[in-house]
Design a protein. Sequence first.
Length: 304
Amino acid sequence: MPQTRVTIDAETMLVALLGWPVKHSASPRFHNAALEALGINATYMAFAVPPERFTDAFRGLQALGAVGANFTVPHKEAACSLCDELSPAAQVIEAVNTVKFEKGQAVGYNTDAYGIAAALAEEGLKFRGNNVVILGAGGAARGIITQAFLDGAARLTVANRTVPRAEQLVAHLLEKCRQLKPAERKHPLPTCMVVPYDDIKAALRDADVLINATSVGLKKDDPPLFNPALISPATFVYDTIYNPAQTQLLIEAKQHGCRRTANGLTMLLHQGARAFEIWFGRKAPLQLMRNELFDPSAWSRKKA
Ligand code: ATR
């Protein structure tokens, strides 16, 4: 953690994080560290904004000339509806976690979705041409399924406890992808399947990537969604959960011979790095942001 701090003066630029609540967020810590390291005269501030004040807060930031903003729960859908232009991923997901204010326009992005692609790239992997299994059909799964579509996965299986919810989500996202302009849709859409956990065996047999996008695993004693012995040792297993750092899924996958596993911290890191690059047009100091995020002592130092 650099010891210097940006001195706030009459030219200091603002980037805001709007959430409700927001005090748990790690984003101010790693964005401010990055701004300091690059000597950018800007500050990243978190604001707890209730849903009924969100439009005022969004427009207020724009009026103040803020560089941009991040949005977290529950504001991502409202932010999407206030943007003038949307990235392809944001159009499909219908949720925006990053906005850049420029030339009177609000341009919306979903860098959460990009984060999963970058997390795979860290393992030398991509969705393109691969067999992907995604667990879950909630908000987290929405972005990941979309990125798998946009990046050209070969086959996509979504497993969910409530099968109709997953069927509806997949059909909706496929339709939204088809509505993109041809230039925004670079790859053919994958073959898609939706299964209950009891029928996941066949999909797991030749899965290149398995991603948990459910909340199962947040509690250490959460029972597994399916028999982890079904996971092939060649599969890369990713859990979007990062606290606990080792979920039961990751522990059991390793016990059954999977050599490649990772938790959701890399998604968090890369969504932030991409947002930084959108706002400032400069390469984000990834290693420094990673150290901030991965070093638990930095968290306690800050809280002290
Ligand atoms: P998020 O926005 O974090 O994705 P969500 O919309 O509440 O949160 O979705 C949570 C996901 O975890 C869903 O896929 C949910 O399955 P259902 O669609 O069947 O509800 C899944 N989930 C949560 N608790 C679960 C449990 N005990 N067993 C199986 N799946 C569970």
